[in-house]
Ligand binder design. Sequence first.
Ligand SMILES: [Zn+2]
Ligand SMILES: [Zn+2]
Length: 243
Amino acid sequence: MKETIYTIPVNDAFATDCECPICLLEKDLEEKTLSFILGPSSMEPDTRVATNEIGFCRRHMKQLYLKRQNVLGLSLVLDTHLQHQMDLYQEIVKKHIKDVKKTTKINSGKMIDDLSDFFLSLESSCEVCNKMNSTMERYFDVFYWMYDKDPSFRKKVVESKGFCLRHYQQLLQFAKNNLSRKKLTTFTLEMNTLMSHNMERILNDVQWFAQKFDHRNEKASWKTSEDAVPRTIEKFISYCDFK
Ligand SMILES: [Zn+2]
Ligand SMILES: [Zn+2]
C-alpha cells in the first residue's frame, strides 16, 4: 500500500496525544460528511434521491441543524425527504385501512406492526452514517496495514493511550479479517496490555477526582484528574462534544 489519502489522517491521529485516535478520525470525518450533505448537492433534486430514501439517524438529523450551514439546503433536503416518507406511510395505511375499519383487534395490530417497522427502519437508516462507515473501513484497513508493515507506526500505537471502548470493539472485530492468525494473536495480546494499562490510568484519575472532594485533600494537586469525568465518559462511549 502506497501513501494514500487514508494513511495521512491515520498517521496524524496516532501522532496526537489523546484518549482515542480513532475518535479523532471519526469526529473529523463526521464534520466533513455533514458539510458535504449541506453543500451544493443539497440544492439539486437529483442528488437528494439518496437522502429522500435513507434519511438520517437521530444524532445526525440534530447535527445537520446545529451546524447552521446552508439552512435553505437543509430545508429542501427535509422537504423532499418528508414527502417521500409520507408517500410510503400512506401506502402502508392504504394497505390496511379497509381491514382496520372492520374494527377487529387483529386488523389494527397488523397496521400498527407495519407502521412500527417502517418508523424503526427509518430511524436506523442514515446517509451520513453510510458515507462515514465506508471511509472508516478504509481507515481500519490502513491501520492494520501500517501496524503490520511500519515499525514506527506500531510504536506509536503501543505507546498511545489506547482507544474508547466503542472503537476498541471495532478494532478487534475488523482485525479478524485483516490480520493472519499469528499476527492476530500478537495484536490481541498487545492491545490487551495497552487497554488494561490505560483503563487503570483512567480509573486512577476518576478515583482521585472523587477523593479531591474530601477536605483532607483540598490542598492536594488535581494531578491529571481535573477533566476525569468527561474523559471517563468518552472512554466508555466515544467523543461527546462536551466542549
Ligand atoms: Zn474512540
Ligand atoms: Zn447517522
